[in-house]
Design a binder for this molecule. Sequence first.
Ligand SMILES: O=C(O)CC1=CCC(=O)O1
Length: 104
Amino acid sequence: MLYLVRMTVSPPYGMPPEEFERLKNQEKEVGIRLQREGVWKHLWRVAGAYANVSIFEVDSPEQLHAAIGSLPFFPFLSVEATPLVAHPSSINPADNPALKEEMA
Ligand SMILES: O=C(O)CC1=CCC(=O)O1
């Protein structure tokens, strides 16, 4: 199942910059691992904001929660997750499994 996820990062006021850098590096490592594992399919920066929009592919809402909860920034994130289904008018086989079957 696919989810559109928006994460907004709000580091706590007064966090020492070196501590923030350490967390940011850890966040990057975990984010790259989740992408390599195929869970975090797309990752985009929201222009003008300390936020991202992403596509996650998981087997369950629990797996999504575990993935997001494993992020070092988790305590400082506002997260909105929206489940997605294929749009019947999509002509992109990657987004519409029915087309993939037709083309096979
Ligand atoms: O900077 C962000 O949007 C938060 C984040 C997610 C993965 C990563 O490397 O940073």
